[in-house]
Design a protein around this ligand. Structure first.
Ligand SMILES: Nc1ncnc2c1ncn2[C@@H]1O[C@H](COP(=O)(O)OP(=O)(O)OP(=O)(O)O)[C@@H](O)[C@H]1O
Ligand SMILES: [Mg+2]
Length: 505
């Protein structure tokens, strides 16, 4: 373990306690991080990671405990105060203005002025200088709305650097990134640490934590269960500290026994900017089969699912479900024909944050849960309890507002609700994004049960380990086309990687 002198501690949280109604979110947590250190914070969904980071960032106040920065005790009553003191946080959803440029976003609220007017030239130069110094792949004049997610995240980081943050908190920054974007982010973070910045990095991904961090702290039920130098630990030990048990990592399920074709898509074409976003794609999914779609983000996977689900109009091609042509039907009619879709942004599009958890879980089941047109509270409760238990959703009770659930628990709740619809064909995107490793194992088991009950699944995932675990067959997309089709045995990391780079035909 690295021994730190007290004065070299950039951040010291001591004895932090935070209670919410029915939950002890942080239970006497100690966390110290040195200048120039990258410190990873891990733990199950609801373990208290975001709560602890919001306390450090001044968004939330601890019930007990102290915060020290560079050896001095501080109390923040707002995020603005935290940033003035050098602490910045990139939260999960970005807070950028899409219609403005990189520079305007970065300086927003902290603009340099000249004779009381905005000094555009100076702000542009300052932003350009920071981009250069930290090796970011950004241009000051680019419009944020036109940038890919990974680049937008760099804008968020730049905002913090512009405000002279020395402590940077990133809460699950890689959840929405492609592997290449993640690598780039890690280079940036390593550079910042070498420059003396202190980085707090929240992640569920074991390989990322092992690759990036100097030290790790693991929380379980609000309490620290492990604090170690990263070099002294491994995947199994981290998993055990998080869950309190041994987790079967990297389980690969045997193939199922496919029946008749249930979903058939032929010659799907969707126009894009210049090149088609989807170029003559055909696929079939049988009952009792999981077909995985792999590819580097932005190669047509999103458009493929959107076209089948009815969210994007087809320029050519046909889609049939159970033999019925649905290619020109509205989303609702496709649902009625037996097609369900779990989008990657399911929490945003599929939940009402202010409504109760129980009511969120009842959405779409009104008819099943009603009698003579009246919703029956008892049935809503039973229905919600079933999903909560099956998917391990952790919440104080069903009556708490959705927004008080931790990020991963919201993900589990919506996924569980959608799987409960029992549709013959399921399009599912990034099913385990943001959920902890124990929950990944459970969700994988649920998806395989769904398959084995005779449903057809089209699975889009950025996690190759997930594709390998679940898919009976894998289609690899590259530049809007399916460039390879692999059996489960053929779909090794090497073969997938090669095809994803466009290297197979
Ligand atoms: N505003 C709130 N009101 C009530 N309970 C809350 C609130 N914020 C968080 N909680 C509860 O505190 C606990 C810790 O939540 P937190 O968001 O810190 O978890 P997390 O470790 O970040 O999980 P995840 O990996 O899912 O993001 C959870 O039980 C959550 O439901
Ligand atoms: Mg969180």
């Amino acid at each position: 373990m690295t021994q730190q002198q007290p004065e070299s501690r950039a951040v010291a949280l001591r004895g932090i306690v935070k209670r919410f109604p029915g939950v002890l979110a942080n239970d006497h947590v100690d966390l110290t991080v040195a200048p120039g250190e990258i410190h990873a914070l891990m733990g199950e969904n609801g373990a208290g990671k975001s709560t602890l980071m919001s306390i450090l960032y001044g968004l939330s106040h601890p019930d007990e405990g102290t915060i020290e920065l560079d050896g001095r005790s501080v109390t923040f009553s707002s995020a603005a105060q935290a940033i003035d003191t050098g602490v910045g946080m990139v939260q999960q959803g970005f807070a950028l203005f899409n219609s403005l440029t990189v520079t305007d976003n970065v300086v927003f609220g902290a603009e340099p002025t000249r004779f009381g007017l905005l000094d555009r030239r100076r702000s542009r130069a300052a932003v350009a200088e920071l981009i250069e110094r930290h090796g970011l792949r950004l241009r000051p004049g680019d419009k944020v709305g036109d940038l890919p997610v990974g680049v937008r995240q760099q804008v968020e980081i730049l905002k913090l650097l512009y405000r002279r943050a020395r402590v940077l908190i990133l809460d699950e920054p890689t959840a929405v990134l492609t592997p290449a974007e993640t690598d780039r982010l890690f280079d940036v973070l390593r550079g910042l640490a070498a420059d003396g910045h202190t980085i707090l990095f929240v992640s569920h991904k074991l390989h990322e934590v092992l690759a990036l961090s100097d030290n790790v702290t693991v929380l379980r039920d609000g309490r620290v269960t492990l604090r170690t130098a990263t070099a002294d630990t491994d995947r199994a030990a981290l998993a055990a500290a998080m869950t309190g048990r041994d987790v079967e990592l990297d389980k690969i399920y045997p193939t199922g026994s496919p029946g008749d074709i249930v979903l058939s898509a032929q010659g799907l074409t969707v126009a894009g900017h210049g090149k088609p976003a989807l170029d003559d794609v055909s696929l079939e999914v049988r009952a009792g089969e999981v077909v995985g779609v792999a590819g580097v983000a932005g190669n047509g996977q999103t458009e493929l699912v959107a076209a089948i689900a009815g969210l994007r109009a087809l320029d050519a091609g046909t889609v049939t479900v159970l033999g019925k042509d649905i290619g020109r039907l509205a989303v609702r009619e496709r649902r009625a024909a037996g097609l369900a879709h779990i989008p990657e942004d399911r929490v945003e599009t599929g939940s009402a944050q202010g409504a109760k958890l129980g009511d969120n879980l009842a959405t779409g089941f009104q008819r099943r849960l009603a009698r003579r047109g009246w919703l029956r509270p008892g049935r809503i409760r039973d229905h919600a309890r079933e999903i909560v238990e099956k998917f391990g959703v952790r919440a104080a009770n069903q009556d708490v507002p959705m927004r008080t659930l931790s990020g991963g628990n919201q993900q589990k709740a919506i996924l569980g609700r959608e799987l409960t619809h029992d549709a013959p064909v399921l399009l599912v995107e990034q099913p385990t994004r943001g959920v902890d490793i124990g929950a990944v194992v459970n969700i994988h088991r649920q998806l395989i049960e769904y398959r084995d009950a005779g449903h057809a699944l089209l699975l889009v995932s950025a996690e190759l380990s997930e594709i390998r675990a679940l898919a009976d067959r894998v289609l690899v997309m590259y530049e809007g086309r399916v460039v390879a089709e692999l059996t489960k045995d053929e779909a090794t990391y090497t073969a997938l990687g090669l095809a994803m780079a466009g290297g197979a035909s």
